[in-house]
Write a protein that binds this ligand. Structure first.
Ligand code: GDP
Ligand code: MN
Length: 380
């Protein structure tokens, strides 16, 4: 789950990372009150789930109430890369001496956390990586050992920041690492991390992605409220399914995220376009197939449906029974192609066979099933 900047700043503040005093509001009148409360000059910032707001005109400085009205009026309702601005964050403006970049994320190939720090902040890190890769100091952190002060200090020195900012930056990096690990984030990014003219180091922006799997041990209800999902994703979320909406016409149901992703690849490989990613998870509950099939069949884009199951702990006959029970309970408009392999696949096939028709087909391999389902999507 991606947080808006102001939520990211609340998240940071709960780990004692210094951020500016501000208010999140959704009307011009409230924005003016907020500016009054935090004190001019203020910065008005569009709250959307995309970066580059500054360049798009979504970050403005206001020194008077009149300017405040004008900027808040312009930014509320603005479209930034397809995202409509409904909330603005108004914070007391900072006097900036330096703009740095700092982040932590997971480096899956190294099986470690990776920190990135650069004296070239305020611009997109991808641009820095391209133009001047040596300007980014990286650190890899063993998740068991964590990040200690001496390592953080050496890392800051390697990034060639202003030496006067070393202590403040080390302090923030240690807190940011705690926020990233204890807060169960997949990504925390501060761009820019600023040194103010008075020397204080401070987070001027916040980009945070939380790990949804850890939701049960946190109070993330408020963050949920501002999540933007399309109708399909909302329905899937309510049903507790791992679903991502895409633009193609082949509906996909698979068990396991890895298999679901491979299924997208294979459908693409044979010239088809997936309408979604959907992982039904383990087990073979008919309820789960009912929920999954409903969401996919309600999608007007969908012309055919690919159910791709690899039996592991859940055996083939259990899955087959689950699918048949689900199809008994609901009417599905699009033809379905099933590929069932793995543990007790033969027993599963025996259960499915009597139910096969033009609308429910079975194929022996993933590739055959992909070809068939793409063919059906085209002719429908
Ligand atoms: P982004 O464009 O979406 O990354 O939004 P940021 O929050 O990073 O703001 C973009 C830029 O606006 C920053 O890099 C700063 O240069 C500028 N900016 C934001 N807040 C302030 C502030 O309080 N004072 C000053 N002087 N500039 C600011
Ligand atoms: Mn930024």
């Amino acid at each position: 789950m991606d947080l808006l900047e102001y939520q990211g700043k609340q998240f940071f503040a709960s780990f004692a990372i210094p951020v500016s005093d501000g208010r999140a509001v959704d009307t011009v009148a409230e924005a003016v009150d907020a500016a009054e409360a935090v004190g001019y000059p203020v910065v008005v910032k569009a709250q959307v789930h995309v970066g580059g707001r500054g360049k798009a005109g979504g970050v403005k400085l206001a020194t008077t109430e009149e300017e405040m009205r004008e900027h808040a009026g312009n930014i509320l309702g603005m479209d930034i890369k397809g995202h409509t601005v409904r909330i603005v964050w108004v914070e007391h403006a900072s006097d900036i001496a330096e703009e740095y970049y700092a982040s932590f994320t997971l480096d899956r190939s190294e099986k470690k956390h990776m920190g990135m720090l650069s004296a070239q902040g305020g611009v997109e890190i991808e641009t820095v990586a391209e133009n001047d890769p040596d300007a980014i100091a990286k650190i890899w952190i063993d998740p068991i050992e964590g990040l200690d002060e001496p390592s953080a200090r050496a890392w800051v020195v390697a990034a060639k920041l202003d030496p006067d900012a070393t202590d403040g930056t080390v302090d923030i990096l240690l807190k940011l690492y705690r926020a990233y690990t204890e807060g169960d984030a997949d990504l925390v990014e501060i761009n820019p991390l600023i040194v103010k003219t008075d020397g204080a180091v401070h987070a001027l922006d916040a980009k945070v992605t939380l790990d949804n799997n850890a939701e049960y041990r946190h109070e993330w209800g408020d963050y949920e409220l501002t999540q933007v999902r399309d109708d399909r994703e909302q329905a899937a979320h309510t049903a507790g399914l791992q679903y991502v909406g895409l633009d193609g016409n082949v509906g996909i149901i698979a068990n396991g995220a890895g298999l679901a992703m491979s299924t997208l690849d294979v459908v693409n490989q044979v010239g088809g376009e997936p309408a979604n990613f959907l992982d039904v998870g383990g087990g073979a509950d008919a309820d789960k197939f009912v929920a999954a099939l409903r969401i996919i069949d309600n999608d007007p884009r969908v012309q055919s449906i690919f159910i791709n199951i690899f039996g592991g702990i859940t055996r083939g006959e259990e899955v087959a029974n689950g699918i048949i029970a689900a199809l008994d309970r609901i009417d599905i408009g699009s033809p379905i192609v099933i590929r069932l392999d793995g543990t007790n696949a033969d027993e599963g096939h025996d259960i499915l066979r009597p139910h096969l028709s033009d609308k429910l087909q079975m194929q022996p391999t993933m590739l055959d099933a992909a070809r068939k389902v793409v063919e059906l999507a085209g002719s429908n």
